[in-house]
Design a protein around this ligand. Structure first.
Ligand SMILES: Nc1ncnc2c1ncn2[C@@H]1O[C@H](COP(=O)(O)OP(=O)(O)OP(=O)(O)O)[C@@H](O)[C@H]1O
Ligand SMILES: [Mg+2]
Length: 226
């Protein structure tokens, strides 16, 4: 599969340099392919999360379009788009995104629960993902009891539960120690090797070693590292 951004831009209304708006992302062209792990570097505020959110169907661009194969995401109705996102995209959001009232297992199953797909098979799949990420023994624990690394692994397991074609990770190794960073990056690399599109926005230089391609973002503009 191919996820493509064509001349994508996003304007936000905020006073800056004498204007009432500014472009957080500007004229981005990007092609992401199955089987590849692609890293996006850039300093804080350069537009990484904004781009990632547009690629994942969460934030409509003000210019350009995002295509997964032949499907133009933002031409879909809201309901159809959320269904499509749930089917094809796994997102690991920046920061903490666990529901505290649910157990680890229930958090991982959440994307299935929301779309009424809770069968014994999905639960078995969730358990397998928790084992794979090394937190199987924490299935019945509440997120508040998890370490940062464990929480991140739970978020990764959740992003993979629907077996998505595209995984978009926003700083998945932020605040992790070296060991957990390796665990997380290896896991995402394996996912890419299994034929998924993996895109990681990050500050973490360790990601270089795992990336098939590297991009840099600066003030909303993207450049490929050759
Ligand atoms: N909803 C919004 N309204 C106005 N400005 C916004 C909005 N969301 C983000 N911005 C601004 O857009 C710019 C890009 O933000 P973004 O979150 O994409 O940066 P980032 O590269 O992910 O940074 P970080 O590395 O700190 O996560 C920032 O200046 C931010 O303040
Ligand atoms: Mg960000």
């Amino acid at each position: 599969m191919i996820l493509k951004a064509e001349s994508v831009g996003r304007r936000f209304f905020r006073k800056r340099n004498g204007s009432n708006f500014f472009y957080a992302v500007q004229d981005v062209a990007l092609t992401l392919r199955s089987g590849q792990l692609v890293a996006l570097f850039g300093r804080s505020g350069s537009g990484k999360s904004t781009l990632l959110n547009m690629l994942s169907g969460l934030l409509a661009p003000s210019d350009g379009c995002v295509l997964l194969d032949n499907t133009n995401l933002y031409q879909m109705e809201d309901g159809a788009l959320s269904q499509f996102r749930n089917e094809h995209f796994g997102v690991i959001p920046q920061g903490q995104a666990a529901l505290q009232s649910l157990t680890v297992l229930e958090n991982v199953l959440l994307p299935c629960t929301l779309f009424h797909d809770s069968t014994p098979q999905t639960e078995a799949r969730a358990m397998a993902l928790l084992e794979q990420t090394g937190i199987g023994d924490l299935r019945d624990v509440r997120p508040s009891e998890l370490s940062g690394g464990e929480m991140r692994r739970m978020a990764i397991a959740r992003s993979l539960i629907r077996n998505p074609d595209v995984i978009l990770a926003d700083e998945p190794t932020a605040d992790l120690d070296d060991e957990n960073t390796k665990v997380v990056l290896k896991l995402l690399k394996t996912v890419a090797e299994q034929g998924k599109i993996v895109f990681i926005a990050t500050h973490d230089k360790d990601t270089f070693d795992y990336a098939d391609a590297v991009y840099h973002m600066d003030a909303g503009k993207i450049k490929k590292e050759e």
